[in-house]
Design a protein. Structure first.
Length: 315
């Protein structure tokens, strides 16, 4: 697997990022360790976590981060670990947690959980448009100066808020966000069916990334295996089968099948290759629960689609 320099940082990351939301949750510790080993043996070095991951399980708060910290300690391996904080409490998703005290508390908890002295990359997991970007920026810059985080980014932010934040950072002479983590795949998600605090990649948002060359590190990059499940006539994730998106997703599936017929690419390679072939920095986050799923995803690491192939998927 090749490595890329995340722009405006000294972080060199693998072309795919391993998402750990299921580790310590639906994937037990032993299997989680095996998957992490497999990813690193294949040349990966970039992990994505969050303070809230696995909080919905009996294992308790921070259990996913703690698992990563334990694995890292036993392996003594060099890894670039990104994590996220400032997520609302799961029982009150409409109440933001974006105050200075809450951000600082989450950073401190993640440092303890991961057994780290500093966080390579820290995302704000959600936004609150009622909080001034200057206030958020000041908090993050303090954390950088304190040595607790090296770089900061955002997840589930609208592009207009990102632009406002970046302008505020530029005026202050600060680095600003180094990346955004939106929900993005070839399938459209019907956000009316689930968590409405999520931010999906939109055409204007994609234009913003292309215009500013602002990096994207998207989650749900394979739409929970939607297109493979559609091909295999398996149960489909309801988020991608809602009335607002079903027709578009089934039409996209026909495009993918057409492209697969005229190339040597698998469905997974096309789905991830689409993201890897964008005109700006993109590292997709892959979420795998088995060795076979991970191997399938890793097969796409070096796939790049031509402009003609991209046109089929964007038609």
């Amino acid at each position: 697997m090749n490595f890329l320099n995340l722009p405006r940082t000294d972080l060199h990351v693998s072309t795919l990022c391993f998402g750990t939301a299921d580790l310590g949750a639906s994937v037990d510790e032993a299997q989680s360790f095996e998957l992490l080993d497999q990813f690193f043996e294949a040349g990966g070095n970039f992990l994505d976590s969050a303070a809230v991951y696995a909080d919905w399980t009996p294992a308790g708060k921070g259990s996913s981060e703690k698992l990563i910290g334990k694995w890292r300690k036993t392996r003594q391996i060099e890894a670039v670990i990104a994590t996220k904080g400032a997520h609302p409490e799961l029982a009150s998703m409409n109440v933001s947690r974006l105050s200075k005290a809450e951000i600082e508390a989450d950073v401190d908890a993640s440092l303890r959980n991961l057994g780290a002295e500093t966080l390579d990359l820290f995302y704000l997991h959600r936004d609150d448009v009622t909080v001034d970007v200057e206030e958020i920026l000041g908090c993050l810059e303090e954390l950088v100066r304190a040595g607790k985080i090296r770089y900061y980014a955002c997840s589930n932010w609208k592009w207009e808020r990102i632009e406002a934040f970046q302008n505020a950072a530029k005026a202050r002479g600060a680095a600003g966000f180094v990346a955004s983590q939106p929900l993005w795949s070839l399938a459209l998600a019907d956000l009316n069916q689930g968590d409405q605090t999520l931010q999906q990649m939109t055409a204007p948002m994609r234009d913003f990334h292309a215009r500013t060359q602002f990096p994207a590190i998207p989650y749900s990059s394979q739409a929970n295996g939607y297109f493979n499940k559609l091909a295999e006539k398996r149960e489909l994730p309801p988020t991608y089968e809602g009335a607002a998106v079903r027709a578009a997703n089934h039409a996209q599936f026909l495009n993918i099948k057409e492209l697969a017929r005229h190339s040597d690419f698998s469905i997974t390679q096309i789905v991830l290759g689409y993201l890897l072939s964008q005109p700006f920095f993109v590292v997709p986050i892959i979420g795998c629960k088995s060795a076979a799923q991970l191997e399938d995803s890793l097969s796409a690491a070096e796939v790049r689609l031509t402009s003609a192939q991209l046109a089929i998927l964007q038609s």
